[in-house]
Design a protein around this ligand. Structure first.
Ligand code: HEM
Length: 410
C-alpha cells in the first residue's frame, strides 16, 4: 500500500497497463475499452502498488488537459510514474519544460515555438524529402531482408532533428542510445544517471560551441538565449536533451508501426501511395496517429486541488492517467473507430495530447510521416514483411508503443 487510494481497499483494482489482445497489435487493450464503456473514471494500480485514476472518455480527457489545477511536476509526492525506469530518469535529471507547470513551462516553451510553426516546418519539406530518398536508395542498394526500424524509421527522424538543431548526425548513435536508456522498462538507476550526465555534458559542449560559432539552427538560438541570460545553462541543456529525445523516438515508432498498419490494410495503403493531394495525405497521417496512439502509457498528471471528473471526485494529491487511445477509439467522436479509414477527418484526435503541453513538434512529426509513408510505398511498391506479423517484437513494455525490429523485403 503506497498511497491513500491504495489504502482504501474497497474494491478490486485492476493493474495498469493492461495487456493487448493476442493477434490485435493495433487495438487498445480490451480491458481498458471495457472500463471506457462501463466505468470511465476508475482506479488502477501501477507497478509500485500505488493506485491512481484512469480517465478514459474523450470529453473528460480534453477537459483535464485544459485544467490548470493539474500538475505535470514529477517532483510532487504521489506522482503516477509509468515505471521505475521513468521515475529514475526524471528524478536523476533536472526537469525539462515537459515536466514543468506554468509559468516556467510557458516561459521556456515560448523560446522555441517559433521553430515549429507550420510555415517554418513546411520550409523543411525539400530537405526531409531528400533525406527520405537517400535512406531508401541505401536500402535498395543493400542486402534484403532489411530491418526497417534500423534502416529507415529510426534514421529519418534522427537526421531531421539533428539538422533542425544543428547537431552532427555522426553523433546520433551516442544520443539515441542515451535517450533510449530511460525508455527501457529494465533500466537501472545508475545507468539512467550515467546516460543523463552524458547527454547533459554533450549538450553543454554543443551549446558552448554555438555561443562562439553560431549557425542557422535551433541550438544556436537556444545558445544565444543562454548567453543573454534568458535561460540558465542547465535549462538550455535540458531543452536540447528534450528536443533531441522527443524528436526521434516517437516519430520513429510511428513510422514503423504506421507502415505495418498500412501493409495490413492494402486498400488504405493504395490511397496513401497514389494520392497527389496533400490534404488526402495529411488526413491519412492523422488517421494513423489516431488509430495507433503510440504514447500508450497515457499522459500523467497530479491533482493540485480537489476536482470532479465525469461525476467522480478526485482529491488533491491523487494521480491521474489519461490514455489517449480510449478517447481516440470513442465511436461518438470517431465512428467505427476500429476501422482504419485514412479518408476520415481525424484531426481532433489526441495522439499529440491537448492543451498547454500539446506536442510542440507536431507539425514536424506530421510532415515526416506524410513524406515517409508515401515515398516508401511509391519507391518500393512491392514492400512487404519478411516475417509473420505474429513474430514481430512489439514494444508492449515501452513508454512509447511500436516494434523493436521489423524485417522487410521487396
Ligand atoms: C509521431 C510523433 C510524436 C508523437 C505521437 C508525440 C506525442 C506527444 C505527446 C502525447 C505529448 C504531450 C505530453 C503530455 O501532455 O504530457 C508531446 C509533447 C511534446 N513533444 Fe511530441 N510527439 C511526437 C513527435 C515530436 C517531435 C518530432 C518533437 C520535436 C522536437 C516533439 C516534441 C515535443 C515536446 C517538446 C513536447 C513537450 C510539450 C510541452 O510540455 O509543452 N514531439 N508529444
Amino acid at each position: 500500500m503506497t498511497n491513500a487510494l491504495a489504502a482504501a481497499q474497497d474494491e478490486a483494482v485492476p493493474d495498469f497497463p493492461m495487456p493487448r489482445a493476442a493477434g490485435c497489435p493495433f487495438a487498445p487493450p480490451p480491458e481498458m475499452m471495457k472500463l471506457h464503456a462501463e466505468k470511465p473514471v476508475s482506479k488502477v494500480r501501477l507497478w509500485d502498488g500505488s493506485v491512481h485514476w484512469l480517465v478514459t472518455r474523450y470529453d473528460d480527457q480534453r477537459a483535464l488537459y485544459g485544467d490548470q489545477r493539474l500538475s505535470v511536476d514529477t517532483g510532487q509526492p504521489g506522482f503516477p510514474f509509468s515505471n521505475e525506469a521513468f521515475r529514475n530518469s526524471v528524478t536523476q535529471a533536472p526537469p525539462s519544460f515537459l515536466n514543468m507547470d506554468d509559468p516556467d513551462h510557458a516561459r521556456i516553451r515560448r523560446m522555441v515555438t517559433g521553430a515549429f510553426t507550420i510555415k517554418r516546418i513546411e520550409a523543411l519539406r525539400p530537405a526531409i524529402q531528400k533525406m527520405t530518398d537517400d535512406l531508401i536508395d541505401a536500402m535498395l542498394a543493400g542486402p534484403k531482408p532489411v530491418d526497417l526500424v534500423e534502416a529507415f524509421s529510426l534514421a529519418l527522424p534522427s537526421l531531421v532533428i539533428c539538422a533542425l538543431l544543428g547537431v552532427p548526425y555522426e553523433d546520433h548513435d551516442f544520443f539515441q542510445e542515451n535517450s533510449s536508456v530511460g525508455l527501457r522498462r529494465d533500466a537501472k538507476r545508475e545507468d539512467v544517471r550515467a546516460a543523463t550526465i552524458s547527454q547533459l555534458t554533450y549538450l553543454q559542449d554543443q551549446l558552448d560551441a554555438k555561443v562562439t560559432n553560431p549557425g542557422e539552427d535551433l541550438l544556436s538560438d537556444i545558445a544565444a538565449r543562454m548567453d543573454a541570460g534568458d535561460l540558465t545553462r542547465q535549462e538550455a541543456s535540458m531543452l536540447g536533451v528534450l528536443l533531441l529525445g522527443a524528436g526521434h523516438e516517437t516519430s520513429a515508432n510511428m513510422i514503423a508501426l504506421g507502415v505495418l498498419a498500412l501493409l495490413e490494410h492494402p486498400d488504405q495503403l493504395a490511397i496513401v501511395r497514389d494520392t497527389d493531394d496533400q490534404k488526402v495525405l495529411a488526413d491519412a497521417a492523422d488517421e494513423l496517429l489516431r488509430y495507433l496512439t503510440i504514447v500508450h502509457m497515457g499522459q500523467r498528471r497530479l491533482a493540485l486541488e480537489d476536482i470532479e471528473v465525469g461525476g467522480q471526485a478526485i482529491r488533491a494529491g491523487e494521480g491521474i492517467i489519461i490514455p489517449g487511445a480510449t478517447g481516440n477509439w470513442e465511436a461518438d467522436h470517431f465512428p467505427e473507430p476500429e476501422r482504419l479509414d485514412v479518408t476520415r477527418n481525424a484531426r481532433r484526435h489526441m495522439a499529440f495530447g491537448f492543451g498547454i503541453h500539446q506536442c510542440l513538434g507536431q507539425p514536424l512529426a506530421r510532415l515526416e510521416l506524410q513524406i515517409a509513408y508515401q515515398t516508401l510505398f511509391r519507391r518500393i511498391p512491392t514492400l512487404r514483411l519478411a516475417t509473420d506479423i505474429e513474430k514481430l517484437p512489439f514494444k508492449d513494455d515501452g513508454l512509447v508503443y511500436g516494434v523493436y525490429e521489423m524485417p522487410v523485403t521487396w
